[in-house]
Design a protein around this ligand. Structure first.
Ligand code: HAM
Length: 454
């Protein structure tokens, strides 16, 4: 007797990863579409880099001592498959800036001479403790603006333009109550001077700090400002801040960014302790946050970014100052859903946030009308209408219920209709039922054009 394999527990998505399902994916698509439209207005083009890269890219770019590189990366040893290959340490990208700058160097984009304005939309991977708004696979919508100094890549205008674009995008998406927190972490030289001062300030107090912060005090003291440890907050707050140690040119740069934002009417707050969790930042750094209770649980950063004037050189490339940001798309969705005041499955939602109803649901009456229904659907879909086809084995009531859920109209197709070249259409919004000639159906089912301004 053959033994059936024992049913095991059904497999689930890996902790920290999620399936995105309709209708919620309509909101994801809409956000991505809006982002693409806004980026196009500012002259950006799309870049797609690989999802995994050499581990060294992130070690050198993001920084060995950052939380991301020291504990959150998905890294594996990729075995050689042939004599011509070498085993290599690879990593799922935890962020995309390092990859974009690598591509900029590899394809010699700097030699084109102009400013490269690139955007990306895609998944990133970090082995963080999963919670609301924090996942192990999450999506970022980001941009990077970089180029040789002669292209104006160092100019404070670029910083302000990127920030103004973000304000525009968030407003167009309908995000409410966002707050822009801004700081300057200075040039590499400013940082060196400041780090000496920070180390001196830490020397007498670091033993009172958490183990993590004691280690950071030795290896990368700036990272102490990223610490969320509540016991260390008072000590962290009393430390000198970088803004007081900027040289004149960094101070000027920061002042010009702020002046341009004021001129554009983009509100911001300077947060002198905003240093960001990645090592490549220089000068302008920023985060857009939302107030507690906006749907992000204990997180409040919707996006983050800044300047990285030395990153290309850190990766072995030419001088290519740049600035960029990445929006956490998962977080954007949570905020929009919360601010909209409803959950994903509730209806009705603002039209653009959810999948629109289809133009028609074709209900064949009897299995013998299935083929004719499919042929009619093909005809209508080819004219651009959105159509679902039922099944002739359904009772009429079941067809009506199914149609009412997904479509604006039900098209009933029985033997009589097929024979006479007509169909019976019921429009749910009005309750009207009409017999329509087949040739007229396309026009009849088309949505009425929107009135101007509605
Ligand atoms: P980041 O601050 O590490 O910066 O990430 C940017 C945004 O990604 C965060 O503000 C957050 O919204 C989202 N995010 C990060 N980790 C998670 C997670 N585990 N789950 C959900 N969302 C998350 C960067 O990645 C830089 N590459 C940004 C940048 C571009 N700087 C210059 N250019």
């Amino acid at each position: 007797m053959s033994t059936q394999p024992k049913p095991s527990n059904p497999l689930k998505a890996v902790r920290g990863t999620r399936d995105l399902l309709p209708p919620e994916t309509a909101l994801w698509n809409r956000i991505e579409q809006t982002a693409r439209e806004v980026f196009a207005r500012y002259g950006f083009g799309e870049i797609r880099t690989p999802i995994f890269e050499a581990t060294e890219l992130f070690a050198r770019g993001v920084g060995e001592e950052t939380d991301i590189v020291s504990k959150e990366m998905y890294t594996w040893e990729d075995r050689a498959r042939a004599q011509s290959e070498k085993a290599q340490s690879l990593t799922l990208r935890p962020e995309n800036t390092a990859g974009v700058v690598r591509a900029y160097i590899e394809h010699k984009l700097g030699e084109r001479g102009d400013l490269q304005k690139l955007y990306y939309i895609g998944p990133q991977f970090r082995r963080e403790r999963p919670q609301r708004g924090r996942y192990r696979q999450f999506w970022q919508i980001g941009v990077e603006v970089l180029g040789p100094v002669s292209s104006g890549s160092e100019s404070p205008v670029r910083d302000a333009e990127v920030l103004e674009m973000l304000a525009t995008l968030l407003n167009e998406l309908g995000v409410k109550n966002w707050r822009l927190e801004l700081n300057s972490v200075g040039s590499a030289e400013d940082r060196k001077r400041y780090l000496d001062i920070l180390r001196k300030a830490l020397a007498p107090i670091k033993h009172q700090m958490s183990e993590d912060n004691q280690r950071r005090a030795e290896t990368n003291p700036l990272r102490i400002f990223d610490s969320k440890d509540p016991n260390d907050q008072a000590l962290v707050y009393a430390l000198p801040v970088i803004g007081d140690y900027l040289d004149e040119s960094s101070r000027n740069h920061f002042a010009q960014v702020q002046a341009a934002l004021v001129a554009c009417g983009v509100p911001f707050t300077v947060n002198p302790r905003l240093v960001r969790g990645l090592d490549y930042y220089t000068r302008t750094t920023f985060e857009f946050t939302v107030p507690d209770g906006s749907g992000l649980g204990t997180q409040n950063a919707l996006l983050g970014g800044g300047r990285y004037d030395g990153l290309s050189e850190m990766l072995g490339g030419p001088k290519a100052p740049g600035i960029g940001f990445a929006i956490g798309e998962d977080r954007l969705i949570l905020v929009l859903q919360e601010q909209d005041g409803r959950k994903a499955v509730d209806a009705p939602h603002p039209e653009w946030m959810w999948a629109k109803k289809l133009d028609a649901y074709i209900a064949p009456i009897g299995a013998e009308c299935n083929a004719a229904a499919l042929a009619l659907a093909r005809e209508l879909r080819r004219t651009g209408l959105s159509v679902e086809v039922g099944d002739g084995t359904f009772r009429l009531k079941k067809s009506f219920d199914a149609a009412d859920k997904v479509a604006r109209n039900i098209v009933i197709l029985g033997d009589d209709e097929v024979a006479s070249g007509t169909a019976t259409v019921k429009t749910f919004a009005t309750g009207e039922q009409t017999k329509v000639a087949r040739g007229e159906l396309g026009k009849f089912l088309s949505p009425a054009p929107q009135a101007e301004g509605s």
